[in-house]
Ligand binder design. Structure first.
Ligand SMILES: CC(C)(COP(=O)(O)OP(=O)(O)OC[C@H]1O[C@@H](n2cnc3c(N)ncnc32)[C@H](O)[C@@H]1OP(=O)(O)O)[C@@H](O)C(=O)NCCC(=O)NCCS
Length: 150
């Protein structure tokens, strides 16, 4: 019988930047600079998903009063499609559910797997930002999605 992976979460620190960038290099369509990551590590909640002792994903959540914003989430491509993104998002929603009213995010309108993930967790489309993202020679819309904490 296949062994269950050992899944752990922890808050990222500056020492984790190399592991974060290794995932970002492979997974992210619009990578953040080292400076953006350092600012995020100082100002926001950066949760790491560790599978069998190796960092497999990250999620960045900003808090402003009773609102949360999911600024970034990614899973190592080789480990995508196995439920890990859902586990990581569930963790963010559980952790940020104390006192928060809603969680917002922006996602490229063509990012099917991310939109499927957000919908599966109860996020709904709340608006469109036309041409928000650069995309090759053109622009791509952003969907604003919202999750209401009960
Ligand atoms: C978005 C991302 C984090 C999802 O991680 P993942 O580990 O593949 O997600 P999961 O395996 O937990 O799938 C979550 C849900 O999305 C759906 N899903 C995942 N990949 C999918 C795909 N390629 N097509 C359709 N649906 C998909 C699954 O049905 C699943 O729903 P379920 O939990 O009800 O079964 C991952 O694809 C990623 O890192 N993408 C690159 C970075 C990115 O685009 N981040 C989002 C920026 S807004």
């Amino acid at each position: 019988m296949a062994q269950q992976p050992a899944i752990r979460f922890r808050q990222a620190a500056v020492d984790d930047l190399a592991a974060i960038l290794a995932i970002q290099d492979q997974a992210a369509a619009a990578p953040w600079s080292g400076r953006q990551w350092r600012d995020s590590l100082e100002s926001h909640s950066v949760t790491l998903l560790d599978v069998n002792g190796t960092v497999a994903g990250y999620a960045v959540v900003a808090s402003v009063l009773d609102e949360r914003e999911l600024l970034n989430i990614a899973v190592m491509p080789a480990q995508q499609g196995q439920g890990l993104g859902g586990i990581l998002l569930d963790r963010c929603l559980a952790k940020d559910g104390t006192g928060a009213v809603r969680m917002l995010l922006e996602v490229r309108s063509g990012n099917q797997s991310a939109i499927a993930l957000y919908r599966s967790r109860g996020f709904v489309k709340a608006g469109i930002r036309k041409g928000y993202y650069p995309a090759g020679a053109g622009r791509e819309d952003a969907w604003v999605m919202v999750y209401e904490f009960q």
